[in-house]
Unconditional design. Structure first.
Length: 167
């Protein structure tokens, strides 16, 4: 009877060892995936793009001004240029809107005033947009603004396989 119990337990132990091996492989694979994801996210700093019609975008997604200010906060020169351009666009939009309203609603006596406001507002909007485009160029060109000062790697080390970090 004792011999039967030992024989029936051997396959269970063998199965248990196989599960432990598989569990270890899964843990190593998960660790590798997490390290890979961290390395990619640390090194992948995407640039901003600008278009007059679509605004400022990152990875194909349109950004709101608050998001742009947060992103550009690491580059004071780009942030200052962006804020100036946004303020000029706001003023230009107001003058443009007033000129348009005068052209549509007012008598023929005020057509020249409306046309002048329309032209000045449109010109101001374009100038502000040029400044915002310049801020994107400044942000993308400054390496200190969008690079990481350290690097995490997964691979072979002096003692085996593991993580390394460079400063």
């Amino acid at each position: 009877m004792n011999n039967q119990v030992n024989q029936s337990m051997e396959p269970a132990n063998h199965l248990k060892n196989g599960q432990n091996q598989m569990s270890s492989i899964k843990k190593i694979a998960l660790l590798f995936f997490v390290c890979f994801a961290v390395c990619v996210s640390v090194s992948a700093q995407s640039e901003l793009t600008h278009s007059f019609f679509t605004g400022i975008r990152q990875d194909g997604k349109s950004l709101r001004p608050k998001q742009v200010r947060e992103i550009m906060s690491v580059n004071s020169e780009a942030l200052k240029t962006f804020k100036t351009g946004s303020a000029i666009i706001s003023v230009g939009g107001g003058v443009f809107g007033a000129g348009t309203a005068v052209l549509i609603l007012a008598d023929s006596d005020f057509v020249l005033v409306g046309a002048a406001c329309f032209g000045v507002g449109l010109t101001t909007i374009i100038i502000g947009d040029v400044l915002r485009k310049k801020s994107v160029t400044l942000y993308n060109s400054k390496p200190s603004g969008n690079t990481v000062s350290y690097q995490v790697n997964f691979g072979f080390t002096q003692t085996g396989v593991g993580l390394t970090m460079r400063f």
